[in-house]
Design a protein. Structure first.
Length: 168
């Protein structure tokens, strides 16, 4: 009887050990897959976000005197943003939902400004466009973690030691 109990106990330990190993291996593989996907997505997103950030710079926080754009310049920017979104590198595909919302709000405001006719840009239109571009840039930075401190604590490099005293 004790032999059967010993065999049964060994079999159960083997089965439980196998199940635990399977679950641990499966969980680890899933985590590695998620990590690899996130890393790839972040790398691809960073490339596209840099281009979009650069394009949005055509709507700065403020215009320098004499640099206010006309509506034709805004139409050109709108087209460049459209090309970024749907172009060969498919930048729009990599936007987070929050960034996409801000991008589309900017595109809609540009469309309204362009369609308003040949009159100069009003102060309100200018403020709206610059504000939306700024919101988009902030969201891009947030999406890639540019505003976050590093998660890995680094040691500071200490001061250089002075040279030794010369022997006399």
């Amino acid at each position: 009887m004790q032999v059967y109990i010993g065999l049964l106990g060994g079999a159960l330990r083997g089965i439980l050990g196998g199940i635990v190993t399977y679950l641990a291996t499966r969980t680890k593989a899933r985590l590695e897959l998620v990590h690899a996907h996130d890393l790839t997505l972040r790398t691809e997103r960073l490339i596209r976000y840099q281009r979009l950030f650069h394009l949005s710079g055509r709507l700065p926080r403020y215009w320098r005197p004499g640099e206010e754009p006309d509506r034709q310049t805004l139409a050109s920017l709108r087209e460049d943003l459209h090309e970024w979104y749907f172009g060969e590198e498919a930048g729009g595909l990599f936007l987070t939902q929050e960034a996409k919302t801000r991008y589309l709000r900017l595109q809609n405001a540009l469309a309204e400004a362009v369609d308003a006719g040949p009159t100069p840009l009003s102060e309100q239109e200018s403020m709206t466009l610059r504000g939306l571009a700024s919101e988009l840039r902030h969201q891009l930075g947030e999406d890639i973690g540019a505003a976050s401190p590093p998660r890995i604590k680094r040691l500071s490099v200490g001061p250089t030691l002075p040279p030794p005293e010369p022997h006399r």
